[in-house]
Design a protein around this ligand. Structure first.
Ligand SMILES: C[S@@+](CC[C@H](N)C(=O)[O-])C[C@H]1O[C@@H](n2cnc3c(N)ncnc32)[C@H](O)[C@@H]1O
Length: 209
């Protein structure tokens, strides 16, 4: 696609330290309720899937239980160790990869489904072009991309990074067609009512763009 990466605009959190310190604010320990709803909608059938930034693996285990052939990537050794333990206890097979997703994407094949809960919403501020390039590499025509992202509609402090509906349509619309874009609430250990987010399911056009 000939995309070039720009200089970083936002610093990245020290993810592993946040896991080592205890339970980070995004970590509910259970599968995302919105992921469960999306799968029950029936659009996504078991297929090859990549989870970007799988954390401690609650969603990964859920996807594997639902029959997805899952590769789950995270660059935090602490999160990865917890994710592997969770999968082992659940008795599911997942290919876990402890790596930077941008390095891994150079050597993995495309997937039918790419999923992230809480990756696009921070990475778009760090380097959007680099992230779109990654999505292009790990998908093929017809692939789906599901992202759960913080919403600018949330007024409470302490929630996930926020993105507007317009920005999602503009940014992800460069690669994908929108299947659904709807509000939901992220579960969070720090707020019982959670935080407002966007559930965004996209599909790469079957004919190349
Ligand atoms: C906001 S957390 C979300 C974790 C998980 N999806 C969840 O909902 O619990 C973002 C995750 O992305 C991982 N991560 C950040 N940058 C990464 C990178 N370049 N490559 C792989 N994983 C990364 C972090 O370690 C962290 O687990």
């Amino acid at each position: 696609m000939g995309r070039t990466s720009r200089t970083k605009k936002h610093p990245l959190p020290d993810w592993d330290t946040l896991y080592r310190q205890g339970t980070p604010p995004w970590e509910s320990g259970v599968p995302s309720g919105e992921l469960v709803r999306v799968l029950s909608d029936g659009v996504l059938k078991p297929c090859t899937a990549l989870e970007i930034g799988c954390g401690t693996g609650a969603d990964a285990v859920y996807l594997a239980r639902r029959g997805f052939e899952l590769t789950a990537v995270d660059n935090s050794p602490t999160a990865m160790e917890r994710a592997r333990g969770r999968a082992q206890r659940a008795g599911v097979l997942i290919q876990f990869v402890l790596d930077d997703i941008f390095s891994f994407a150079r050597r993995c094949g495309p997937f039918d489904l790419v999923y992230d809960a809480g990756f696009y919403h921070f990475m778009r501020k760090v380097d959007l072009e680099k992230f779109l390039d990654l999505l292009w590499r790990v998908t093929r025509p017809g692939s789906h991309y599901l992202t759960l992202a913080g919403s600018t509609g949330e007024t409470a402090e302490g929630g996930p990074p926020q993105v507007s509906e317009e920005d999602i349509r503009c940014e992800l619309g460069r690669l994908f067609q929108c299947v659904h874009l709807r509000p939901f609430h992220f579960e969070s250990p720090s707020r019982p009512e959670g935080y407002l987010g966007w559930s965004c399911l996209m599909q790469r056009p079957k004919v190349g763009m």
